[in-house]
Design a protein around this ligand. Sequence first.
Ligand SMILES: Cc1cc2nc3c(=O)[nH]c(=O)nc-3n(C[C@H](O)[C@H](O)[C@H](O)COP(=O)(O)O)c2cc1C
Length: 220
Amino acid sequence: MIDKKEILDAFYFRHACKVFDETKTIADDDIKFILETARLSPSSFGFEPWHFVVVQNRELRTRLKEGAWGATEKLDTASHFILGLTQRSFFTKYDAPNIKDFMRDVQRLPEDVIETRSSFYENFQKSDFDLNSERTLFDWASKQCYIPLANMMTAAAMIGIDSCPIEGFNQRLTGRLLSEEFDIDTGKYGISYMLAFGYRISEQKVKTRRPSNEVVSWKR
Ligand SMILES: Cc1cc2nc3c(=O)[nH]c(=O)nc-3n(C[C@H](O)[C@H](O)[C@H](O)COP(=O)(O)O)c2cc1C
């Protein structure tokens, strides 16, 4: 068991780091550990609607700046820079052909369970969550992709690595770049966020948050 104080210390240590120390590089083993916490993250029905691109190529990072006003200094200084991609309906819609393969090959479910889960998944999308358009499906899958985002940042903080989540970019412009320069099929994937990792160069600001009684209410 890990000490609760140590875990909370990591939450206080984590902040949106604006500029990183360019001279420091995260060790391979550490970035692999961070990415492993993304891979192990939970998702709805366990379908893992995500993909992560680690952008270490300097030219590609420069190109990304074109649409990413919130990422400029991070793209220049981060040790590692990740794009959080979300699967589109091609993969996630209830009748997408890969869904059954996923249940068979990845989740190793027996055929009868696959059939039951498939109709459950269809009903969930059509009736429970009204996931009836490309946009609602993308946003639903995108919500799930924020779970690995949080896990990666927390895991990084626990081993003394700084991070910054980034939504400061134009989705359409960046999408075009991903298709033209990154060889990503943007009909199948959309970008949800960017995520920079590295080591801070200056002190973090004092953390401000609403008090817990405003954030949590109990019904006993
Ligand atoms: C989804 C998301 C998107 C964000 N986008 C940006 C961004 O584009 N650029 C940036 O510098 N910070 C960005 N932030 C950082 C927030 O501004 C920051 O987390 C918030 O102000 C709280 O501060 P703290 O993380 O230092 O505690 C983003 C945070 C989240 C969760």
